[in-house]
Design a protein around this ligand. Sequence first.
Ligand code: HSE
Length: 402
Amino acid sequence: MKTVKIGLYGFGVVGQGVYEVLRKTRNAHAEIVKICVRSLDKVRKVEVPADLLTDQENEILENPEINLIVEVIDDAEASYRIVKGALERGISVVSANKAMLANHLPELIELQHKTGAALLYDASSCGSIPVIRNLEEYYDNDLLLEVKGILNGSSNYILSRVFDHQCPYEEALRQAQELGFAESDPSFDIEGFDALFKLVIITMHALGEYVAPERIFTYGISTIHDSDICYAREKSVKIKLVAQVVKVSDEHFTMFVMPEFVTPKKYIYSVDDEYNGVVIRGECYDRQFMFGKGAGSLPTASSILSDIMARLHDYRYEYKKSRFVDRPTYTTDILLRIYARYTTTPVPEILPFEKIYEQYYSAESNYLIGDVKLSELIAHREELRDKDLFLANIPQFFLNRD
Ligand code: HSE
């Protein structure tokens, strides 16, 4: 069996995890030849021989011994430069950088076709859960209806702490950072962008369609307030940050990231802390559920190890679904039922609600529940970013099927 000679970019939480899991695994046939880091002097939890480290980006790309690049840095621009440079040289890559992938997938797919090099990235979406390869292979011929779930460990950790442990929001966020779940800029986690990037990648493998991140409505949890939590508790639901891609007809699918009221009967209701949960719904089997740790050093590294091993057998994504005829196209012309809590921002004036079911006013805060088009949420998204308001989706798809 051939041995994979790895050039590793990044030696932070995930990079050190990769080093550790490769040391633990006896059958890996994989060896790290060089590690590129930003600072050679930084003190790290995992000690490595000094001659393994370099701070010169090209030292890995130009090393003829290296036949696989593992890229786990959190700078999306540098990640793009490295991954593109490697693929152009015909070197295959394993990457975990969801922001980079979500923004450059079409070009990187094209490059793989052109150069024959492969790019694998199961670790980019849902940490240890093998969601990409399953969607790509197992669900290849399936009549998928929906892929929906909790794709961000940090925001889920925060919501669990706030909901179940009465922990203040800021303290929960600090813990998520300390535990190594959060991005270096945690606003990516709490504003929903991390989940959005993962949703873009997942959709590519679920439906064979690429939708650029800026076209997708994304709303996070940063403005959640005690009154939202009280409201949810009164209704016996939890609030979770949910990303979803849903076929709304044979011709169209929609997708968005939003906090959602989740009832106890749903699989994702019990997904707490840094765990992720993905529900896959199909024509023939109703629902299936994948559950696992979505963030953290070793869970993410285990997924990278799986991609490294897959490269030992020359595995690559074929993107077969993107060649299917009659693929559904993306639409935002659908009605969502939302909960909107606000004080001064005049939500009923900003958003043209088609129907309002509940409305409540008080001196401290107001809320309403009503139907509004997703396209209107996108059109008004900047006005909806005000600190004094919070939105949550009240799910309406497949209601009679659960
Ligand atoms: N910040 C990410 C999360 C890390 O919390 O899910 C894993 O992608």
